[in-house]
Design a protein around this ligand. Structure first.
Ligand code: SF4
Length: 74
């Protein structure tokens, strides 16, 4: 799974940290969001909760990045 956060939009509200502390963390002061951009698939539900909880819709979730395979006609 791929997770990305639009840090220009993020306001460090921290809702994602409460929803998915395995993925998101606020560090420093002023607090800055750090996150795992490729968390394990088993954390998808937590990631989805974080995306839903973000008040500025800064979180995007996609499938895991992997090698592209071209399909050849048979
Ligand atoms: S909930 Fe949204 S705005 Fe708040 S820290 Fe997370 S990504 Fe940033």
């Amino acid at each position: 799974m791929q997770v990305s956060v639009d840090l220009a939009r993020c306001q460090s509200y921290g809702q994602c940290v409460f929803a998915a502390p395995e993925i998101f963390e606020l560090v420093g002061g002023p607090e800055i969001l750090e996150y795992d951009s490729a968390p394990q698939e088993r954390l998808r539900l937590h990631a989805e909760r974080a995306r839903a909880a973000c008040p500025v819709q800064a979180i995007t979730i996609g499938p895991a990045a992997g090698p592209q395979r071209d399909r050849q006609p048979k």
